[in-house]
Design a protein around this ligand. Sequence first.
Ligand code: FMN
Ligand code: SF4
Ligand code: SF4
Ligand code: SF4
Ligand code: FES
Length: 595
Amino acid sequence: MNKIRTQLMLCGGTGCDSTGSEKVRQALVREIERQGLADEVEIVVTGCNGFCAVGPVMVVQPEGIFYQKIQPEDAPELVEEHFLKGRPVKRLFYKEPASKDIIPRMDDIPFFASQMFRAMRNKGLIDPEVIDEYIARDGYFALAKALNEMTPDNIIEEMMASGLRGRGGAGFPAGMKWKFAKQAEGDKKFVLCNADEGDPGAFMDRSLLESDPHAILEGMTIAAKAINAHKGYIYCRSEYPLAIKRLGIAIAQAKDYGLLGEDILGSGFNFDIEVYQGAGAFVCGEETALMRSIEGKRGMPRPRPPFPAHKGLWEKPTILNNVETLVNVPQIILKGGEWYASVGTEKSKGTKVFALSGDVANIGLVEIPMGTTLRTLVYDIGGGVPNKRKFKAVQLGGPSGGCVPEEYLDTPIDYEEIVKVGAIMGSGGAIVMDNHTCMVDMARYFMDFIQDESCGKCTPCREGTKQMLEILEAICKGKGQSGDIERLETLAHVIRRTSLCGLGQTAPNPVLSTLRYFRDEYEAHIEEKRCPAKICPDLVKFEVDPELCKRCGLCHKGCPADAIIWKKKQVAVIDKEKCIKCMSCYARCPFDAIF
Ligand SMILES: Cc1cc2nc3c(=O)[nH]c(=O)nc-3n(C[C@H](O)[C@H](O)[C@H](O)COP(=O)(O)O)c2cc1C
Ligand code: SF4
Ligand code: SF4
Ligand code: SF4
Ligand code: FES
């Protein structure tokens, strides 16, 4: 008989893997055996738990005790104290950064408490490499329902009722897209999953692929039944080896169980899925470019119409959905569109996953109901801005997005409301920025990325983004000239209007949104040759203000060039000859004394 009384849900996602969770697993296995608990304590390696910043993380079930930053050396104490003697190890508990409160249970940690898990419902709860664990959490039940009890129209009706909008950026209603593809004439049709995830810093899709691969297969197969497709591709960037490995395992297991392939669940319906590895070009995430890439051609966008629902992969009717969109499908079919739509705002239903990063205490993946305010995201879940600094803006939507300043933090997360304040929902990147962020430099960073990734097919995008970048670089170097802001605006509007695909059409967004809220920073750089955030190295003097210096010596400790002269109780002095402008003293000084 199975005597397992404790399950250790150890995160094996990419983040925790890189901080050593595999070594922790090995150490735990050794200790569990050594202390004679192998029959009672089981280790389950899960996908990303969401709180990657404090990894490797582990949740002990059934109590729900959350351990963070575990090291292999912690294994003997954990096993003896907690699993043998029942005394959880407090020093590995989560500590709230602001209050310093120690919180033992995962559900009580504010980072998790305000979330609602739908797309991430299985994260940290199943071994993604074991199909039975997915099935045990109602996996493939929706597929059985869709294949045996529903017509394609029923499926599409549920999807329409759910109000689910594409999570890849544009927010087009999924049900509507499926309806167009179903109505399209074609001997062959395709279902594609966009797992390209090109936005810098985003890892929502990778996390879902790693933690719940069967949900994607199930969502795609339901979509296939809705439009009568028999072949699907998952387009995943090759930089995601763990995701690709887990997808491969999931596909093989699903086929083995008769849940994919020929005559699925004895219904007579056939559908097969292949993983296609992309080389990581940002533009290949654009739907028409992605399709060309699968066809083996160079991934370049083409004009629409014709839309992929009519002429997509190999000119056949095709639907392409983002990973997060597809992961939501099984539950919509199982619980109904109404259930899904019961959460959210009037036009944005359900939940949205965000990759919260930047100057925020709790970095990780969060899933929140649509309509939650940005303030809740940044402060209640994110824990606010650390190091006693001030919130400046939250950048949403990656290179196509914009930033939202303090005064609009009460904006509800909703596709239309976020656009009104100059940003976009995008795929879910949320970068929090404190008062040490230079907004011109931030705009320069995104423009650098975009001009590098432009496929070059159309001149305004190819040449225009380059010109915008050159202007931004000059401004950051203190070589800005009067008229630069106007030149940026003119270029932005031309590129927006005349580019062929979304990459060019949205490329100017970070510039326009920073100009909208932080125009004075551009002006300070250009007119006064001053960077108000003191970030642009060419505009920082590397001097210490004796009035502000509290003589603490923190700057001195971190200087890699030994360029700071400091003695106890004395004001620090920077030797400009030696200084290599690395900015580390500036980042370390708690009193903003270096200018
Ligand atoms: C330059 C560019 C890059 C894109 N990259 C992605 C991506 O990485 N992942 C994604 O799902 N959608 C991306 N999109 C959006 C897709 O073209 C498409 O709208 C989306 O995959 C459709 O799925 P959805 O309706 O479920 O959101 C990108 C669009 C553009 C213009
Ligand atoms: S807008 Fe840019 S990325 Fe898109 S097709 Fe034109 S050149 Fe290529
Ligand atoms: S910028 Fe870097 S090298 Fe220069 S004084 Fe500061 S820490 Fe030292
Ligand atoms: S860290 Fe700041 S306050 Fe402390 S000695 Fe250096 S300049 Fe002065
Ligand atoms: S990878 Fe472990 S919490 Fe994200």
